[in-house]
Design a protein around this ligand. Sequence first.
Ligand code: UGB
Length: 598
Amino acid sequence: RNNLSLLSPQQIDLAKMLLEKNQSHLFKHWPDPGVDDDKKLAFFDQVNRLDASYPGGLASYIETAKGLLADSKAGKNPFDGFAPSVPSGEVLTFGEDNFIQFEETGIKEAQNAAFVLVAGGLGERLGYNGIKVALPSESTTDTCFLQRYIESILALQDASYRSMQGEFKRDIPFAIMTSDDTHSRTLELLKTNNYFGMNPKQVHLLKQEKVACLDDNDARLAVDPQNAFTIQTKPHGHGDVHALLYSSGLLKEWHDAGLRWVLFFQDTNGLLFKAIPASLGVSATKKYHVNSLAVPRKAKEAIGGITKLTHSDGRTMVINVEYNQLDPLLRASGYPDGDVNDETGFSPFPGNINQLILELGPYIEELTKTRGAIKEFVNPKYKDSTKTAFKSSTRLECMMQDYPKTLPPSARVGFTVMDAWLAYAPVKNNPEDAAKVPKGNPYHSATSGEMAIYKANSLVLRKVGVEVDDPVRQVFNGQEVEVWPRIAWKPDWALTFGEIKKKVSGKCSISQKSTMVINGRNIFLEDLSLDGALVIGCIDDAEVKVGGSVQNKGWTIENVDFKDASEPEKVRIRGFKINKIEQLEKNYSEPGKFSLKP
Ligand code: UGB
């Protein structure tokens, strides 16, 4: 009370709110005016930030927390009354006729799309010290995830423009959600690389704030153990992206500009853009308000399962059920074995890869009602079975894929399943954890993420008739993986099946030990036999036909132990490095038509 004279009317209102919400402990140790006044004002700055960045303010956060903590203490099942079943969705196979048609539609729609990358997570599971988007997606070209994403969006933009015969050109907006943990490093990565060729005006960084931690079942806010004038905070989860897009005004801007789709994706999936054109085509064709991308999922794999939930009162929804909840939900609902593989070798519940395509109109309509607030959950670690005290402070969390939970039953919510080899290879697990993944389940490590890119490129080339040798199996960091030829191309070489088909002709073959890097839109492979390394590039105004027999010692793969401190972390976590022994390298920097036939 003595300190009131220090505060502005707005700060006094915040103080009153905190007292009303049973938070007087936050002020208990406050000394008289004159002592630590700057710290007291800094405290209110923080309270103000916490209040402003949460839909409904801090008071609403505390109330929601009380309710969710009470439910958690009572052991209330969040799926009470709901029975799970396997939903039906669009299942696509790369290269089939409907896949090609969806791709063509998707390419046209791309210029009505905006992309949103959620990149606020630090990736504790990966044990990497940098930001994850700066990690190389593969080490043949050392292209980091952010570069791969941006170049893919730009390639999509150009392909879309070409598909409309140059009628209308729009730059695709790209928003990145960062957090205090990733913001400055993401910005620096963009700036030092000239935004990887994207117009900086296309890029929007939105920083998510952390939320207040909770000390007990009464939702008393936790004081930071390091600083008694600060409330302890932790990340709120990727679900923040909806509130941020709404409050920043970006959604309105995009809507006013005539955009129709918002595509959300995660920080480390090097395959994703191979699946984007077709799934956007599915959204447009099926008129889905929400389209989640999914892949066949091994039972108990650490990705959520897309599930149909039917309530006893008749309500239904198709929603992601997080991996730790799916098994108990199934066991409690007449599936005594829980989450198990069926005769196909996979769980019948498709795996959520957290790539969502939302139709902008209905999305804005919904967010106007909710302000982007997403159904939250709390996951306290209790000291004992009385559930009266926590081992450490907890907080509310939310997930972006829970957006459909508040939608009316009339909303068209669907999903699209693609082969995992084509669409999903995230980098999430550190080498030690990855090596412990049950045999047959994906490792989701830097090792598997990189090898998956080579595999996908090899399989895609096989589909258009290239003879690509079978892979060999090799162990890196305790993980046995398939090693395919190291094939990498810039997204503007080809994004879709149709485009790839146009770039390859005659009888082409690539041996397992080979490396092929393609940097240039107009490079055509014709009767090429590759047994070694080939690195070929050209400017947009040049056209190069590559054929004949390329044979050299090539680039080899050398094992690196993840404990070998003499190697950089980005190398150690994948367990190998590339030795560039011998290659044929050619770059065409003048306009014109060329032929390379060694
Ligand atoms: N992220 C943020 O931007 N902010 C945050 O506060 C937290 C994360 P994780 P998770 O694809 O395999 C998700 O940690 O949350 C970003 C789905 O919930 O990699 O354990 C972060 O930077 C799950 O259903 O994954 O699991 C990253 O880009 C399943 O689909 C993204 O959010 C799983 O991903 C995901 O964060 C999966």
